[in-house]
Design a protein around this ligand. Structure first.
Ligand SMILES: O=P(O)(O)OC[C@H]1O[C@H](OP(=O)(O)OP(=O)(O)O)[C@H](O)[C@@H]1O
Length: 181
């Protein structure tokens, strides 16, 4: 198994460390935290591809810098689905989620203010990576509960079989790695 994977995306090149998920399955870890250049460039490229939308929606935590930057560049607000309830959240609603990189089942929450903001809006869902698609599915569930419409589903990278999906926008595929390849 190689130690790194060379990613080219949005005109930039990065060496991603390859990390074990479980026996036989490995991923190349794409962590945009701290990489402002990558965040800014990917936000630009995703906004070029994005359909018309009113508001961005992402999930804690790695989607946050991307959604922030897409919001800054587009002038459209972003809403954040939290993965725990904070005492300042009014009447939170929840959906279940289990992503490829987080072993334990998680939940996503929106409070009444966020739900109210999404109601009747065209929502562009954004994340750093779409892999199994379960996080995306949860975000779609939140949009439905809120009474918004999904304008588009966008990520910097589509991992594994997600790169064959035709219902998502992404900038580059990201392979999954197994012991036999
Ligand atoms: O398509 P999926 O299999 O759902 O995987 C993609 C999701 O997994 C990662 O987040 P993670 O849940 O690890 O949380 P984090 O951003 O807080 O690290 C990533 O940022 C996506 O949100």
């Amino acid at each position: 198994m190689p130690k790194t994977y060379t990613l080219q995306v949005a005109g930039l090149t990065r060496e991603l460390p390859i990390c074990k998920v479980n026996d036989g399955l490995y991923i190349a870890a794409f962590i945009m935290f701290s990489d402002v250049e990558m965040t800014v460039r990917c936000a630009e490229e995703l906004l070029k591809k994005a359909p018309a939308f009113d508001v961005l929606l992402t999930a804690e935590s790695k989607g946050i810098p991307l959604a922030y930057e897409m919001s800054r560049q587009s002038g459209k607000q972003y809403i954040l689905a939290r993965k725990s309830v904070k005492l300042y959240m009014r009447d939170p609603i929840e959906v279940n989620v289990k992503s490829i990189t987080t072993a334990a089942p998680q939940k996503m929450y929106l409070d009444a203010d966020a739900l109210g903001y999404l109601k009747g809006k065209r929502v562009l869902i954004v994340d750093d990576v779409i892999s199994t698609g379960r996080s995306l599915e949860s975000l779609e569930g939140l949009v439905e509960i809120a009474g918004g419409t999904v304008a588009g589903k966008a990520a910097v990278l589509a991992e594994g079989e997600a790169s064959e999906r035709e219902d998502i926008l992404f900038l580059a595929p990201l392979p999954l790695f197994t012991d036999d390849k």
